[in-house]
Design a binder for this molecule. Structure first.
Ligand code: UTP
Length: 415
């Protein structure tokens, strides 16, 4: 009966092929496949596919204006004032940190979760260990527990946890200090709008983007857990910036003092043409405008001090009050389209490993939720102190292990 109902749904959406290999699966996989199909929001997938045929919609009427920011190193007397407020909050155990480690890391091309990558320091520490070192040092400095929440995806969850076990959780206590949770997923589609079947005969699912973090934190009970622990502030960042400063009393002090529920760090654009998203206001609400969307005139515009009006780059280094996370997790975000390489099973049961992109992946972006709040604080920090991204393989020459290693070594005087 159940199978008949599912067949009817698949027929309605032209996805009957999902059961092509059903009979070849063992009982456990058959059950799993039916469960996965029942979980698919076919209406959503249908509308996402239709959008792939059009250029991403932009609302021409959106009014983009600059956002105010503070420069951490031009705060003068205010620096100590904010720092004192933030220190008090951190010492009271109100801060948790989240590492988003669910991405595929396709550009880096590492065989394994990105956090397990060794950027080539003499210590051969992985990105996860470098992050953990930072958290442990801050926890010690403030004599407090800073719980570390790590978001994984179904594809890399097991391998990530195994890596932590093998490394004895880097000496940071599991169960007390480290918590893993899974992000949401969406099926991948081919260019004809057919949902792909993976190597295992099940639905080819992919992580739903870093914008899925809010919903995943709420749905998996992480925000409730945080509240039980007395946490009020959550710093959320990626796994791939080895100079990330997750515990920043100045940032937290500004958020408290200005009574905002989101406070983000920025670095000034290296030049007007740099390919980064920048903070702005969209229709009066905080937002990030991508480099593909900004006009040349806007990118070059300066204020009376000669500073770029749209020069504050978003570096995925953001502090949220739990109330903001709950609000952001309750409302669906738009999905953006990525065209990626995906191994799949064809209609005859052959496993196809493409050499070039062949499938659509749908991702939500963290910053699309910023408009949920009326105001946020933006704090400009120094690039050489807080930004060493590991995005590409060394052959790309930028934002790669070699450049990140150099920045890390310079900052910590390891040369
Ligand atoms: P990126 O957008 O750089 O993506 O993620 P990526 O998956 O690491 O790399 P590419 O694009 O495939 O080469 C920025 C941060 O957001 C996390 C990543 O793990 C990284 O820390 N992320 C991204 C997730 O946790 N989940 C996602 O679905 C996407």
């Amino acid at each position: 009966m159940e199978l008949e109902e599912i067949k009817a749904i698949l027929k309605k959406y032209g996805q009957e092929h999902l059961l092509n290999h059903y009979e070849n699966l063992d009982d456990a996989h058959k059950k799993e496949l039916l469960k996965e199909i029942k979980n698919i929001d076919f209406e959503l997938m249908h509308s996402l596919y239709q959008k792939t045929e059009k250029a991403e919609e932009k609302n021409q009427k959106d009014e983009i204006t600059p956002i105010e920011y503070l420069d951490k190193y031009k705060l003068n007397d205010q620096y100590k004032y904010y720092e004192a407020i933030g220190k008090k909050e951190i010492k009271a155990g109100k801060l948790a940190v989240v590492t988003m480690a669910g991405g595929q890391g396709t550009r880096l091309g590492h065989d394994g979760p990105k956090g397990t990558y060794d950027i080539g320091l003499d210590s051969h520490k992985s990105l996860f260990e470098l992050l953990c070192d930072g958290i442990k040092a801050e926890a010690k400095k403030y004599d407090v527990t800073i719980p570390w929440f790590i978001m994984t995806s179904k594809q890399n969850n097991e391998e990530t946890i195994e890596f932590f076990k093998k490394n004895k959780f880097f000496g940071y206590q599991k169960d007390k200090n480290i918590f893993f949770f899974n992000q949401g997923e969406l099926p991948m589609m081919d260019t004809e709008g057919k949902i792909l079947i993976g190597e295992d005969g099940l639905i080819k699912l992919a992580a739903d983007g870093h914008g899925g973090t809010y919903e995943a934190l709420v749905k998996n009970g992480m925000t409730d857990k945080m509240k039980e622990m007395g946490i009020e502030w959550v710093f959320i960042a990626g796994v791939d910036n080895c100079l990330i400063k997750m515990v920043d009393p100045v940032l937290m002090g500004i958020a408290e003092d200005k009574k905002v529920t989101v406070a983000c760090k920025s670095i000034v654009k290296a030049n007007p043409k740099e390919k980064v998203g920048v903070f702005c206001k969209k229709n009066g609400k905080p937002n990030v405008i991508e480099y593909t969307e900004i006009t040349e005139e806007m990118a070059n515009a300066t204020d009376e001090n000669g500073e770029l009006l749209y020069g504050e780059s978003h570096i995925l280094s953001n502090l949220f009050n739990i109330t903001a996370i709950e609000r952001m997790g309750a409302n669906p975000l738009p999905y953006h389209l990525a065209y990626k390489k995906a191994t799949y099973m064809d209609k005859d049961g052959n496993i196809i490993e493409p050499d070039s992109p062949n499938a659509y992946k749908f991702e939500a972006f963290l910053f699309d939720a910023f408009g949920e709040v009326d105001e946020m604080a933006v704090l400009r920090v120094k690039r050489e102190e807080e930004f060493a991204p590991v995005k590409n393989a060394d052959s790309a020459g930028v934002d790669c292990p070699r450049t990140a290693r150099k920045l890390y070594q310079e900052f910590y005087h390891l040369d």
